[in-house]
Structure formats: structure tokens, C-alpha cells
Design a binder for this molecule. Structure first.
Ligand code: CMC
Length: 431
């Protein structure tokens, strides 16, 4: 991005410093403070990075006030209506929508990598059956670097590409294996005649003793969930992947770090927490009690699936997800779903409540996704793994972009030290 000649002036004591203002292609200007410490001997302070851009990126754009989300410039609503997950993967990874030939080539490459090394099965058997699938996924994704040595050299573009395809192809297999292991059923091998989302459903719900036909409606809904979660700019897990990658760590280790971060209930773990909350509320008449708890400063309870660091308007993904929830439950003939009723009424009440209105707390992507996943037959523990499958392409795209950025350095934030100044050691008898 070309740098503008405009600067901002910072005065500290009797000195002034000119800070260049960088222009984005869209969005707010960015103040370049890279030389500030060297020149002025001060740090900036921004816990949670609420005002800090950590990198240049051309992948995803969010306008939180408008409630707008673009992948490579394309609005999420258009992609959700007209595209499909593997096409979105191509777009995120390579920057443009594929031609027909590029799409065929990409899909063939992904489907040829869906199986995992047979010896990886042994890993699964070492876990307890009641292990959370996110714990298994973190471990197994990290372990891929022990199996695929030929794609861990980050300085070799070909190896980077193979690692990317491998992870996108294998992450649904790993998640489905974690699920099968938890319910004591045999692993189901990938079926490459199915599309990406259909194959995942097959690996989760088929059993060797009878035929399983993937319902195209459910496969389409799953594909849409995957598109909606594919990337989201510099969120916590993506920043984790970039930070891990900035040290030169191998791609499997970086994505494992992203999966670990995603698990937290403030991030990807919110979809599980949200459905559990909706179930706990149970009936519409109990909503006021939970709204009151969410507003009570002395109660740590929060309305899960509500609020977002960037969106101060409707999360555009939540709108699409709500439509999908209606569609899927309708098609499955379970419109009379109590959880959906509670969700809709909770949304209605919260959007009228001054607390939520003033704080601009709107439903986020996780508010309705759990209802769809539950209707498909997934237990809540699989909700975050499905988020992780979908986000893998976003993490990889951001990781690849970071490695090709000439300004890239190891991530190394500084701090405001608040501990003891230097003091002398006191022997134990004298303390
Ligand atoms: N319920 C009740 N109050 C809330 C909520 C909520 N869900 N979210 C924020 N607030 C209040 C919060 O108490 C604070 O009030 P005050 O200013 O009086 O102290 C104010 O709103 C700002 O909250 P914050 O925690 O400073 O905002 P943040 O930008 O740091 O947090 C968030 C964003 C998403 C972590 C938060 O809204 C939250 O915890 N939401 C519930 C969890 C959730 O649904 N997470 C999924 C996010 S979308 C998918 C993803 O990123 O993975």
C-alpha cells in the first residue's frame, strides 16, 4: 500500500515527533509508530489491541459500524448465497475467485489429501474417550508436523503450499475422528466422491454396517456455516497463528496454536457456550432472569452469542445464520424447536433493552449456529471443532500472507513494567 505523505504530530515534553499516517484501501487511517520507541523512548499502551493494527492484510475487511464483512472485497452475503466453501478457500488463499479449470484443479488437490497417515490413528487411541474434541484436535494438528516432515520448511514455497492443502483437506477428517472416538464408533474414511461439507457429515454420521446418504440440504447448510466462519481478520486465534508463525515455527504448529486459542468461550468456544445457555434458559418465560444476570455487574454471566469487539451493529454472519436456522429446521420439520424460540425471543428482548442498545451488543455468528448444528445431530462439544475446520483456511491464508510480507518481523510486544525495581537478594534466614 502506498504511504501517504501526511503525518500526525505528537508532542512529548518540549519535543515533537512526526508520525506518518498510512492510508488503507478502505477503512480508518493508520498511525505508523514503528520508530517511536527508538526516537522518543516511549512505548504505546494498548491491552487487548483495541486500537492497534498489527500488520498489513489484503484478505478480509470488516466495517464494524456498518456490520460489513468482505472476503477479498466480496460481501459475505453474496458469497453465502452464491459460492461454496472450497471456492471461498481458493479466494482467501490466492486472492481471486478461481476459473473453472483452477477450481477443478484445487478441488482435486484438496480431495486427494483427505486421508490421514494410518499411524495417526494411534494418537487417537491414547486419548480418554471423554476428552473434548478440541483437545484432541489441538494435539493431532500439532502432531502432523511429526508426520509430514516434507512440508515443514517454511522457506520453500512448494512445501508451504503442500502444507496448506494438507491441513485444509485433513482437518475435517481429524475432527470427525475425534467425534467418532468420543462415541466409541469406528473411524469412517473420507469419501472423495462427496463435496467437502458432505464428506465431513459422512465421516461423522456414517457407520460401516449400513449405507448413509448425505442429505443435500444439510450438506448445503454445513457448507454455508463453513463459509461464514472461514476468516475474520486479525481476531485472537488468527493473531495467535501469526505470532506463532512470526518465529518461523512450522505451519502445523502454528495452526495447532490457533485451534488452542479458538477454544476459549470468548472466541470460538462461544457457540458451545451459547447453546448450553439457551438450553439452560429453557423456556421463554425465564429470559428476563438471564437478561437481569447479564446486566448485573456483580455476576460474571454474559449473554453468550452477544457482543463483538469489532461489530457495533448486527454481525452480518448472524443474519445469514438466522435465515439458515429457519431454513434447516423448516426442512427437517422441527420448526417448533424450543431452543430456537428462546433464541428469537432473547434476541428480541435484548435488542430493545437499553443496556444492550447503549453498549451496541448484537447477536454474533455464534448465536444461531449451534441451533443448526444441534438440528443436524451434533453434540455441543463438536460445535467449536466445526468452527476450527472452517477457520483453518483463514489461518493459513493469513500465515502465508505474513511470510510473504517484507516488513514481517518476529512478534514481540513490550510492556509497562509494574513490578519491583532492582533490589538485592535476601538469604532465607534473613527474610
Ligand atoms: N453480555 C452482557 N454484557 C456484555 C456482553 C455480553 N455478551 N458482551 C459485552 N458486554 C458488556 C461488558 O460487560 C462491558 O460492559 P462495561 O462497559 O459496563 O464494563 C461492555 O459490554 C464491553 O464489553 P468488553 O468485554 O469490554 O468488550 P470486548 O470487545 O472486550 O469483548 C466479546 C467482546 C465478544 C469478548 C464480548 O462481547 C463477549 O464476551 N461476548 C460473549 C461471548 C461471545 O459470544 N463470543 C463470540 C464472539 S464472535 C465469534 C468469535 O469471535 O469467535
Amino acid at each position: 500500500m502506498a504511504e501517504d505523505t501526511k503525518t500526525a504530530t505528537l508532542s512529548l515534553g518540549n519535543k515533537t515527533y512526526d508520525l506518518p499516517i498510512l492510508k488503507p484501501s478502505v477503512g480508518p487511517d493508520v498511525l505508523d509508530i514503528r520508530k517511536l520507541y527508538a526516537e522518543a523512548d516511549v512505548f504505546t499502551y494498548d491491552p487487548g489491541f483495541t486500537s492497534t493494527a498489527s500488520c498489513d492484510s489484503a484478505i478480509t475487511y470488516i466495517d464494524g459500524d456498518k456490520g460489513e464483512l468482505l472476503y477479498r472485497g466480496y460481501p459475505i452475503e453474496q458469497l453465502a448465497a452464491k459460492s461454496h466453501y472450497l471456492e471461498v478457500c481458493y479466494l482467501l488463499l490466492y486472492g481471486e475467485l478461481p476459473t473453472a479449470a483452477q477450481a477443478t484443479d484445487f478441488e482435486t488437490r484438496v480431495t486427494r489429501h483427505t486421508m490421514v497417515h494410518e499411524q495417526m490413528m494411534n494418537f487417537f487411541r491414547g486419548f480418554r474417550r471423554d476428552a473434548h474434541p478440541m483437545a484432541i484436535m489441538t494435539g493431532v494438528m500439532g502432531a502432523m508436523s511429526a508426520f509430514y516432515h516434507d512440508s515443514t520448511d517454511i522457506n520453500d514455497p512448494w512445501q508451504r503450499e503442500v502444507a496448506a492443502i494438507r491441513m485444509i483437506a485433513k482437518v475435517p477428517t481429524i475432527a470427525a475422528m475425534a467425534y467418532k472416538y468420543s462415541i466409541g464408533q469406528p473411524f469412517v474414511y473420507p469419501k472423495n466422491s462427496l463435496d467437502y461439507a458432505g464428506n465431513f457429515l459422512h465421516m461423522c454420521f456414517a457407520v460401516p454396517c449400513e449405507d448413509y446418504v448425505v442429505d443435500p440440504i444439510l450438506a448445503k447448510a454445513m457448507d454455508r456455516i463453513m463459509m461464514l466462519h472461514a476468516d475474520h481478520e486479525q481476531n485472537a486465534s488468527t493473531s495467535t497463528v501469526r505470532l506463532a508463525g512470526s518465529s518461523g515455527a512450522n505451519p502445523f504448529a502454528c495452526i495447532a496454536a490457533g485451534i488452542a486459542c479458538l477454544w476459549g468461550p470468548a472466541h470460538g468456544g462461544a457457540n458451545q457456550a451459547c447453546l448450553e445457555m439457551l438450553r439452560e434458559i429453557g423456556t421463554v418465560d425465564r429470559i428476563p432472569e438471564f437478561i437481569a444476570r447479564a446486566k448485573d455487574k456483580n455476576d460474571p454471566f454474559r449473554l453468550m452469542g452477544f457482543g463483538h469487539r469489532v461489530y457495533k451493529n448486527f454481525d452480518p454472519r448472524a443474519k445469514v445464520m438466522k435465515e439458515s436456522a429457519d431454513e434447516v429446521l423448516g426442512l427437517l420439520g422441527i420448526e417448533d424447536n424450543e431452543t430456537l424460540k428462546v433464541a428469537k425471543e432473547l434476541e428480541r428482548i435484548a435488542l430493545e433493552d437499553p443496556y444492550f442498545v447503549e453498549k451496541k451488543l448484537y447477536p454474533n455468528v455464534d448465536f444461531y449456529s449451534g441451533i443448526i448444528l444441534e438440528a443436524m445431530g451434533f453434540p455441543t462439544s463438536m460445535f467449536t471443532p466445526i468452527f476450527a475446520i472452517s477457520r483453518t483456511v483463514g489461518w493459513i491464508s493469513q500465515w502465508k500472507e505474513m511470510l510473504s510480507d517484507p516488513t514481517q518481523k518476529i512478534g514481540r510486544p513490550r510492556q509497562r513494567y509494574t513490578g519491583a525495581p532492582q533490589r538485592d537478594y535476601v538469604p532465607v534466614g534473613a527474610r
